[in-house]
Design a protein around this ligand. Structure first.
Ligand SMILES: N[C@@H](CCC(=O)N[C@@H](CS)C(=O)NCC(=O)O)C(=O)O
Length: 211
């Protein structure tokens, strides 16, 4: 497998966590978002959406969309299960994951921020206020959805945690205050102590190409 990755990409970070949790080895190719490598012809041939991550399988198939990729990994290597079998818990896990992946993350994506700057001449202060509004509002909903832990949806790591930790990395990077979210902070602490989350962290994935 080859993961098209960018160390700071929160969507790619989800897939890195899932690979680590499942002990699946993948080669990694860094596609530099800052330098626009994701919209160059060679990467658009991999993912015509021009978004990270993408996962190329050994048979040539290419998977895109981080949640679809994580669910694929869950299907081929069910242990540990990231989407539990119980239908109610599975829906709760997906609900938290989608709150983050659909309702928070896209509003701070580089293409959205670039458009705010280019089309609406937003200043850095305005961009900061924009990020805080959508992250704080979204995390309020996540805080309410979290069930007794130590993880988002109980005693096991799930897709919800796989989505939450990268979003918290982004929140901290852009100085979004998290002190009003005690349940989220407790989950963050539990995940930080888990070796898979530690190994997948952007700080440990910043060189251009790695095994
Ligand atoms: N829904 C997609 C989101 C992918 C996405 O937005 N990735 C970001 C990096 S975190 C990206 O490639 N952004 C490029 C841009 O916004 O121009 C997924 O979960 O894979």
């Amino acid at each position: 497998m080859l993961l098209y990755d960018y160390h700071r990409s929160t969507a790619a970070y989800r897939v890195r966590i899932a690979l680590e949790l499942k002990g699946i080895a993948a080669q990694r190719k860094e596609v530099d978002l800052l330098h626009g490598e994701h919209v160059r012809a060679d990467f658009l041939r991999v993912n015509h959406q021009g978004l990270l991550p993408a996962l190329a399988l050994d048979d040539g198939a290419v998977l895109t969309q981080s949640l679809a990729i994580v669910e694929y990994l869950d299907a081929i290597r069910p242990e540990p299960r990231l989407v539990p079998e119980d239908p109610v818990v599975a829906a709760q896990v997906r609900s938290v994951a989608l709150m983050i992946a659909c309702d928070i993350h896209p509003l701070g994506a580089p293409r959205v921020v670039a458009h705010l700057k280019e089309r609406f001449h937003a200043t850095e202060d305005e961009i900061g206020a924009w990020r805080r509004k959508w992250q704080l509002g979204g995390l309020e909903a996540v805080e309410e959805a979290i069930r007794p832990g130590p993880y988002c949806c109980g005693q096991d790591v799930t897709l919800a945690d796989v989505c939450l930790m990268p979003q918290l990395y982004s929140a901290r990077r852009f100085e979004v205050p998290l002190d009003g979210f005690p349940r989220i902070l407790a989950v963050e602490k539990a995940c930080e102590e888990h070796p898979a989350f530690h190994a997948a962290h952007p700080a440990r994935r910043s060189s251009r190409e790695q095994e």
